[in-house]
Design a binder for this molecule. Structure first.
Ligand SMILES: [Zn+2]
Ligand SMILES: [Zn+2]
Length: 253
């Protein structure tokens, strides 16, 4: 299984960067986890929207879904005059189809948008993309948000999406090969974790330690602070094998 970091910033992308987006490849299946601002541009360094077998939108905060519109445009117009491809499997919160389409101005635009995807609710708890198994758990966040497990070939990747401290997420991550975990908050802001539904790097490290994961990779960094080194140093005090997600880099899970 391979993981490529397409974007790791929140709530807006810096120059040349992108909001959350992660390309997972396993058993010939390509899955995009989240689709924030700048992700489609990053994706084109590794392929196109037509290569995707499934997309997961963890929740409906804009930093995780706004590039679904250019991605849909690529699917509609990227191979003209050929007819559009079959709808792409899209796992998203219940009601996402109506929510995402609502900003489009005309009924026919909304219908064209939703026809490009086959929607599946994250609330179902499980999914399947071309034989790759997916599991979802509700995280601790101010709106419904789901962490994701991707399993294939005996390897397991668990993505935290956005979360504060969350026992269900730690149970999902237990023993996984790679835990891709958010580290949004500054060290010292732990008291804001419950209210904001985010973690510090140190808290991500502690979660990885409790879950007994093999490796921890930090992501979802707060763009204005760029406190990547501080977060990873704090995580390393709690958990031995800490890496920082690097955009444009592909990792073996
Ligand atoms: Zn969020
Ligand atoms: Zn976010």
């Amino acid at each position: 299984m391979k993981l490529t970091i397409l974007g790791k910033w929140s709530p807006y992308p810096p120059a040349g960067g992108a909001c959350p987006g992660y390309l997972v490849e396993a058993d010939g299946v390509r899955i995009l986890l989240d689709c924030g601002s700048g992700v489609v541009s990053s994706l084109h360094r590794f392929g196109t929207a037509f290569d995707l077998n499934a997309i997961v939108i963890s929740h409906l905060h804009p930093d995780h879904f706004t590039d679904i519109y250019p991605l849909r445009n690529e699917l509609a117009y990227g191979r003209l005059p050929d007819p559009p491809p079959i709808p792409v499997l899209l796992f998203a919160p219940a009601g996402a189809a109506g929510y995402l389409a609502a900003c489009l101005p005309k009924p026919e635009s909304r219908q064209e948008f939703t026809a490009g995807f086959t929607f599946r609710a994250l609330e179902d708890g499980v999914g399947n993309a071309g034989g790759v198994r997916l599991r979802f758990v509700l995280t601790s966040h101010p709106m419904p948000c789901h962490g994701v497990e991707v399993s294939a070939g005996g390897r397991r990747l668990v993505y935290s999406a956005d979360t504060g401290p969350c026992e269900a997420l730690e149970r999902l991550a237990a023993g996984c090969d790679l835990f891709l975990c958010e580290s949004t908050l500054m060290e010292g802001d732990e008291h804001l974790s419950g209210q904001l539904g985010h973690l510090t790097g140190g808290m991500a490290g502690a979660a990885a330690q409790r879950a007994g994961v093999q490796r921890l990779m930090l992501t979802h960094f707060f763009t204005p602070r760029h406190a990547v080194k501080e977060s990873s140093a704090a995580a390393a005090k709690e958990f031995g094998d800490v890496r920082v997600a690097d955009e444009g880099v592909t990792y073996e899970v």
